[in-house]
Ligand binder design. Structure first.
Ligand SMILES: Cc1cc2nc3c(=O)[nH]c(=O)nc-3n(C[C@H](O)[C@H](O)[C@H](O)COP(=O)(O)OP(=O)(O)OC[C@H]3O[C@@H](n4cnc5c(N)ncnc54)[C@H](O)[C@@H]3O)c2cc1C
Length: 459
């Protein structure tokens, strides 16, 4: 590491030949399926002044800049060829303002840690479902967390952000000051054109009770169960988080369909929240069921972590749709019938609609998020798994309303994470706030390093 640069930072600047560079590059990727993209240098930032100094150094060196907070991007959007990767994982401070139900949170914070601190004050925030998901990318991408049907995509609970812009200046943005920057921070995902060093969040009263019901059905009931859950959704309370999962189950030859309902009881009783689920006409045919088991966020995080362990290779994608259940099941037939490995699954996320806001670019949603998650271990299986997760979604072309930035893989399957008008406005703002294009934006097909990308090039 060059001495001049050491003095410039409280943290560390690592160039490609430095000890620790490859370790830091790999640490930026939670997914076991890593990318070969190679940054010019990695800045392990210690504070926001390092981020500003990193921006200025990048300008002098002619580097573009990419960012990593929690490193959970499925496609490692923070790891880009020849860019300066600013690693924010050490920026992990949390300040609570309990009387006003506010939290100031740095981007490297893990969602479960925020909720542990909040729980001690009888407060809560809709963080990602797995405990280790980083707040930074999660909030920028919309953020579908525990109880988001009721509390909204987490990005809509961001009241202000502190952002280092591409010229190195640190600005505070809210709905009055830099409102357009604030608008972009609520949903631009991995195309945001600054580095957020602090999020100012609105947090919520803790729930009186969290209950979880599970019903598992045999393969022959799959379409009936999924269609029923989709059609009943508008009649369910927003305090019921309800999702289906098609996956292999131990001891069964063919995949099963599981319906999970989590009730976050505060204003309504458990009986009211769970009534639709408990009146499902096919309930008695469940292979296994659990009714209203008491749990808490720690229990929910543990259940999610169990079916998404670290160390595997993952390919994840998804489409929002509001088509009829029959159309969705027809488009998804191949995916639903070919779950490729014991750990892979199709996630049937029942969402409904949440009001969009003028002060947020978050704009893409549908009644349902249909999301294949392939999970495997051997590199030689990459192409087969990636085809299942990404290419098989081509069948949704006629009913596809876009994707979640949290899962988007624009290098291998271009899709919309935002409505057209919002996307156009974002690009206008980028030209104002980042005129030299210093910040890396969404991945492009030319940056694909997957087996699927290579397969496409050779066809
Ligand atoms: C196991 C697992 C479970 C998940 N569960 C959920 C879930 O329940 N709900 C959900 O919505 N998503 C979920 N996700 C997806 C997750 O929200 C996204 O991958 C998100 O980007 C993760 O944030 P991160 O900070 O950890 O990611 P990173 O990889 O660090 O960041 C991703 C990108 O976001 C941008 N970014 C991140 N931080 C900043 C910043 N401070 N300033 C500017 N740009 C920034 C950068 O472009 C960066 O490349 C899950 C992912 C995994 C791996």
């Amino acid at each position: 590491m060059s001495g001049a640069h050491t003095a410039m930072f409280r943290g560390r600047l690592l160039r490609r030949d430095d000890d620790g560079f490859e370790q830091a590059r790999l640490a930026a990727m939670w997914n076991g399926r890593t990318t070969t993209r190679m940054p010019a240098a990695i800045l392990l930032a210690a504070d926001e002044h390092d981020v500003s100094a990193g921006m200025r150094l990048a300008a002098r060196e002619g580097w573009r800049v990419s960012v990593r907070s929690g490193g959970h991007s499925w496609v490692a959007t923070g790891v880009r060829d020849d860019a300066l990767l600013i690693d924010l994982s050490a920026l992990d401070a949390i300040d609570l303002d309990v009387p006003n139900r506010r939290a100031r949170v740095q981007p490297g914070v893990e969602g479960s840690r925020l909720n542990r601190l909040l729980a001690a004050e009888r407060l809560v925030f809709p963080t990602g479902h797995c405990p280790s998901v980083g707040i930074g990318g999660f909030l920028l991408g919309g953020g579908y967390g525990w109880n988001s049907r009721k509390l909204g995509p987490a990005a809509l609970s961001v009241e202000a952000v502190d952002v280092v812009l591409s010229d190195g200046t640190l600005v505070h943005a809210d709905d009055e000051t830099h409102p357009e920057l604030m608008w972009a921070a609520r949903g631009a995902g991995p195309g945001f054109f600054g580095v957020v060093v602090r999020f100012h969040l609105r947090v919520y009263p803790a729930y009186d009770q969290v209950l979880r019901s599970v019903m598992v059905f045999p393969e022959e009931m799959r379409d009936e169960v999924l269609a029923w859950s989709y059609d009943v959704l508008p009649a369910t309370s927003r305090s019921l988080e309800i999702a289906g999962k098609v996956a292999h189950s131990p001891g069964r030859e063919r995949p099963t369909t599981t319906l999970v309902g989590v009730g976050f009881c505060a204003d309504e009783t458990a009986a009211e929240i769970f009534a639709p689920l408990e009146s499902a006409p096919f309930r008695k045919h469940a292979l296994r069921s659990v009714d209203r088991a008491p749990t808490d966020l720690a229990g929910l995080y543990a259940a999610s972590e169990e079916f998404m362990p670290q160390g595997r290779r993952y390919a994840v994608d998804g489409v929002w749709t509001s088509a009829s259940a029959a159309e969705i099941l027809a488009a998804g037939r191949e995916i639903l019938g070919t779950v490729p490995t014991p750990e892979s699954f199709l996630f049937w996320m029942l969402w409904g609609q949440y009001p969009t806001q003028e002060n947020a670019c978050w704009s893409t949603q549908g009644q349902l998020y249909f999301s294949p998650n392939s999970v495997w271990t051997a590199q030689e299986d990459d192409l087969r798994m990636e085809l299942w997760a990404h290419s098989a979604l081509d069948a949704f072309a006629a009913i596809d309303l876009g994707t979640q930035f949290s899962d988007a893989n624009p290098a291998d399957r271009p899709s919309r994470g935002m409505a057209a008008a919002q996307a156009a406005r974002l690009e206008q703002l980028r030209a104002t706030y980042d005129p030299d294009g210093r910040m890396m934006s969404y991945l492009t097909p030319a940056e694909s390093t997957t087996a699927l990308g290579r397969h496409r090039q050779t066809r």
